[in-house]
Design a protein around this ligand. Structure first.
Ligand code: SF4
Ligand code: SF4
Ligand code: SF4
Length: 410
């Protein structure tokens, strides 16, 4: 049932060996397919064995699932977008989807808007404290670890360090702070991400709390997750034991440390801007908006942008064709459209060819709205965004003035 905790590992010797944390996730996915609970599994696989080229793959043969075993930190794939654009509604196909917290949150936001049928999905959440851009990760490993990036067989983020394991078993580690000050390390949005354990998914899986044992710490987060887990255990696909107090405490501590690190980044990245006088803040953003070449990359990649008839298309007459940089309303329209639902996945910033720090902008406004309306996007499918459920009191002019005063004067 919801809240149940397990230490789990695969009963299949080959999967146990290949999986980073005892192969529990791989075995669960395989069992879901074999048992007919789902028709397909959506998971990340290395393309041609290259761990810096992780691709989302739709697997329908249980024997293929092992190819997606192991964690890839340098594959910031856009799971919700792929589900929405290409897979949802594919003849009612049921899927088990592996997802980071931001992926699960995007899926939930899209489900609220009728864009994804979440009843067809089992969300297998994976703990996450950050992903890296693949090309930058390769450079970082070469420059900072002085090894060939292709010799790396595993990466871990633990105790504030990025740890790599080489083919001969050697481990090398560097502090994240040190790497990130040099512009390496996790993507900028990930540094500020404080949701490490995906409790909004059906089950949350990770290695925290396993005390060095080759196992996965699993938390059940829904009835669907509970059913999958119980059936997999009953069928002998998984070996389990209850985590002891020490394991639970270790997991809580790692989560707390991750949250504190994220809050420190949030403070450094966002508070600095928040406290700027209004005119300077405007100048800061206008300088970036002036760089925009209106490539539409940020809109097209955003899992939350889903309008069929987008305001930003020249045909709507709001933004004029050929005008570069576009009118300042171009970025501001997107801001208004996603501000209450942005899940800080970072995809927009990753694709922006002009290196505009878009996630800072969205995250900053999202943070204001979250605190005003006590709403965190992507946590619960029955909890609707504030701007779709705004009451007369919330729209009262006094409240708006208080908000303006706070954000300008602080
Ligand atoms: S935004 Fe959060 S959940 Fe998503 S990849 Fe980054 S750290 Fe992980
Ligand atoms: S605005 Fe950017 S960070 Fe926010 S959900 Fe869209 S792509 Fe992700
Ligand atoms: S991705 Fe960057 S350059 Fe392209 S439209 Fe968006 S903000 Fe402008």
């Amino acid at each position: 049932m919801k809240g149940d905790l397990y230490l789990a590992w695969s009963s299949d010797e080959e999967i146990h060996k290949k999986g980073d944390s005892g192969g529990a996730v791989t075995s669960l996915l395989k069992f879901a397919l074999e048992s007919g609970m789902v028709d397909a599994v959506l998971a990340v696989k290395k393309r041609n064995g290259n761990r810096y080229d992780g691709v989302l793959s739709l697997l329908t043969d249980p024997d293929e699932v092992i190819e997606a075993a192991g964690t890839l930190h340098c594959a910031p794939v856009n799971v919700a977008k792929v589900v929405k654009e290409y897979l949802d509604g594919a003849k009612g196909m049921k899927m088990a989807v592996t997802c980071k917290p931001c992926d699960a949150r995007a899926i939930i936001e899209l489900a609220k808007r009728g864009q994804i049928n979440i009843k067809n999905l089992i969300l297998i959440g994976l703990n996450c404290t950050g992903t890296l851009l693949p090309a930058l990760a390769r450079t970082m490993i070469k420059e900072e670890y002085e090894v060939d990036p292709d010799d790396v067989v595993r990466e871990d983020i633990d105790d504030g360090k990025f740890i790599i394991t080489l083919g001969d078993g050697t481990k090398k580690e560097r502090h994240l702070n040190e790497l990130e000050e040099k512009g390496y390390g996790r993507r900028e949005n990930c540094r500020r991400c404080a949701i490490n354990i995906p409790r909004m998914a059906d089950i949350a899986c990770g290695k925290w709390g396993t005390k060095g044992k080759k196992a996965t710490f699993i938390e059940i987060c829904s009835q669907t997750g509970s059913e999958l887990m119980e059936r997999a255990i009953g069928a002998g696909a998984l070996m389990v034991e209850p985590p002891d107090e020490k394991s639970i405490k270790e997991r809580e501590k790692k989560d707390k440390d991750g949250i504190e690190l994220a809050k420190a980044w949030e403070k450094g990245d966002l508070d600095v801007l928040r406290w700027l006088p209004y005119e300077d803040r405007l100048k800061y953003w206008l300088r970036y908006f002036d760089r925009c070449i209106k490539c539409f990359g940020c809109r097209d990649v955003c899992p939350i942008c889903y309008c069929q008839d987008c305001y930003l298309e020249p045909a709507r007459g709001f933004v004029h064709g050929g005008q570069t940089p576009p009118h300042v309303m171009f970025p501001l329209v997107r801001l208004a459209h996603v501000a209450d639902s942005c899940i800080n996945c970072g995809q927009c910033q990753d694709v922006c060819p002009m290196e505009i720090p878009l996630t800072k902008l969205y995250h900053m406004l999202n943070r204001e709205l979250s605190s005003m309306f006590d709403y965190i996007p992507g946590m619960d499918v029955s909890d609707y965004p504030p701007l779709t459920t705004v009451t007369d009191e919330e729209l009262a002019i006094d409240d708006v003035n208080v908000f303006k005063k706070n954000s300008v004067s602080q």
